[in-house]
Design a protein around this ligand. Structure first.
Ligand code: NAD
Ligand code: IPM
Ligand code: MG
Length: 347
């Protein structure tokens, strides 16, 4: 376990800086005195793009590489054309740092609101592939803007890329009490990519006899996430399906303000990056309404990734205790929630 943490911080846009402040507050409060935390803030996002036209210059990318980990708030702004920052900054980081495991846990904490009847026991993790699929930008448009336009967006699935994320998902399933892995895809239509995923799961499964496996088409998976979410333990899926499923998963487990994620490079070759699942929420930016809990739980994932298991658990316990006492009729500000969580982890 490292006695120092050299952390890059990208607050980003909208509510990003607001929630990152709270995440750092809790991180500072939970670390023992002999662990030195050093943070470097990177000014990247909409303001930077408006000022200089840059999204992620090479020099900054090089500097980012040297950190132990990255904490990111959110990227995206209505004044910037859609995709410029998402592709040029966020996805660039995930791709260049080879964050092939996009880890998104979903848990229904006690006392948190859910639209589901009967408060099912929800505790699963989505292992979303993070570097391939429809996200790679493999496409183009011809006759753009004319009635004859043809736009292609082609999904890339490599045997190498699918196998490494499937292996990671099996390892995670094997380490969990229920030891169950569900592949979610659309093999009945996407027969090329889907069959590669299914064959890979079937092959790797032979090395994990203790893990039970099943399969759901992504459309059916959305049904079961609402009607029977307790059936899930580890879900492994491609980049786009994982994006959509994890917003849905957040909605049934207390809302997007609670959903944490880690973009992991398991080899350690590049820094992993931790961020809430949500975006920059321009509709509530500056109002103090943003829930920083997703960022704080992402800090717990960061701590666990860096080997600070006891501190990660303390952060999660603080969140559990805080949620147990929340009163929907008396919402607190972003800052107040951050203060309360920081007080709990240091108390
Ligand atoms: N990782 C990221 O940086 C990331 C993730 C998703 C979306 N985005 C970007 O963010 C921008 C806005 O996207 P969007 O509106 O589709 O998604 P969003 O997640 O920003 O917002 C969706 C809804 O959830 C609410 N919400 C989000 N976070 C919340 C929080 N912490 N507490 C309370 N409510 C919260 C918002 O107010 C909004 O009503 C876009 O530019 C998008 O590309 C970035
Ligand atoms: C902003 C966007 C590129 C991103 C994604 O699609 O991965 C976001 O929705 C997320 O879930 O982190
Ligand atoms: Mg998303």
């Amino acid at each position: 376990m490292a006695r120092s943490i050299d952390l890059a911080v990208i607050p980003g846009d909208g509510i990003g800086p607001e929630v990152v402040d709270q995440g750092l507050k809790v991180l500072t409060a939970v670390l023992p005195g002999d662990v030195k935390l050093e943070t470097t803030t990177y000014d990247l996002g909409a303001k930077r793009w408006h000022a200089t036209g840059e999204t992620l210059p090479d020099a900054e990318l090089e500097r980012l590489k040297a950190h132990d980990a990255i904490l990111l708030g959110a990227i995206g702004d209505p004044t910037v054309p859609s995709g410029v920052l998402e592709r040029g900054l966020l996805l660039k980081l995930r791709f260049v740092f080879d964050h092939y495991v996009n880890l998104r846990p979903s848990k229904l904490f006690p006392n948190t609101p859910t639209p589901l009847a009967g408060r099912p026991d929800i505790d699963f993790v989505v292992v979303r592939e993070g570097t391939e699929g429809l996200y790679v930008g493999n496409g183009g448009s011809v006759r753009t803007g004319t009635p004859a336009e043809i736009a292609n967006e082609v999904s890339v699935n490599t045997a190498y890329g699918v196998e490494r994320v499937v292996r990671d998902a099996f390892e995670r399933a094997a380490a969990r009490p229920r030891k169950k892995l569900t592949l979610v895809h659309k093999t009945n239509v996407l027969v090329h990519a889907g069959h590669l995923w299914q064959r890979t799961v079937d092959r790797v499964a032979q090395e994990y006899p203790q893990v039970s496996t099943d399969y759901l088409h992504v459309d059916a998976a959305t049904i079961f996430l609402v009607t029977q979410p307790e059936r899930f333990d580890v879900i492994v899926t491609d980049n786009l399906f994982g994006d959509i499923l994890t917003d849905l998963a957040a909605a049934v487990t207390g809302g997007i303000g609670l959903a944490a994620s880690g973009n992991i490079n398991p080899t350690g070759a590049f820094p992993s990056m931790f961020e809430p699942v949500h975006g920059s929420a321009p509709d509530i930016a500056g109002t103090g309404k943003a829930d920083p809990t997703a960022t704080v739980l992402s800090v717990a994932l960061l701590l666990r990734h860096l080997g600070h298991e006891a501190e990660a658990a303390r952060v999660e316990e603080a969140v559990t205790a805080d949620l147990a006492e929340r009163d929907a009729a008396a919402p607190r500000s972003t800052d107040a929630i951050g203060d309360a969580l920081a007080a709990r982890v240091s108390g």
